[in-house]
Design a protein. Sequence first.
Length: 309
Amino acid sequence: MESKKIQVGRMEHYAIYIALVISMVTTFLLGVLLTESLFGTGLNYFGRLSEEAKIGKASAALCYTSDGDSSSDCSQTKRRRGGGSSTAPTAPVATHATVLPGSVSIDFYDLSTNEEGFNLERSDGSLANWEVVTTIGAFTCDPNIYTCDPMMPRLIADSNAPILISPQPYPSSVLAYRVRAFNGGASSASDIISVVPFYDATPPTTPDNVSYVSQSCRDARHHVTFTWDEATDLPELGAAGRVYYHAYYASPTLPGYWVNLGYFNSSATDSTIHYMATTTRTYTVAAIDGNGNEGSKATPIDVDVTPCL
């Protein structure tokens, strides 16, 4: 029968082995989390391995000679196109989306050898109604025209993507995209990539040349009118990017405080001064867009106001 000392020693060895295993597992998980924080792929480690394996298997079939035989020398051959094949192309692998004002670009891997082209399809978060927003042709493997590296992602873009100018409820608050490879007989779509539409958080530019126009007296009030040069908002917003203006005058009693006269289009009139007052008013304006983003105040001007006679 083993002595207690031997039994204790054996248990200590087992404890050391278990601690080493736990340490290795912990180190691996910390590495995955660190990769996620640095590169955004750590938590999807095994999914990425699966995608890379799929891409690697398809890479050998990407280039063909003129008679259709496969060739390992991409630099000397061109890729075969669909040509009305009845066999569905291999589905692309969509990997990444880039959202800009008015556009969404999708990176994808082309794993097919018989497609005629690719459609970029868009839906909202409901995934109920898909529309084709962009169509591009099949890629060539001629190195003088396009790289034949199968590990090089391709690009397809929606150049008319919606821009939110006000908060929207789901499903309008989400854009869903997929890339579909097609030929004359069939098609295959990638997995879906969902993005948040571009939200306008950029204020308009600062108006220039605030200028005094005139003053008049009626209804027991001075009416001081001034104007300014137009500001601009994001050009991608089109008509939705219309700019309005807040007109201000400097408070005579609270230094540094500006009194808002209200919303205006291209000129403003201050009708808050008593007709017998003698004063100097300091005016400025700031542009504001439909999303409530207000830009910087323009260089102010001083206007001398004299009593009405």
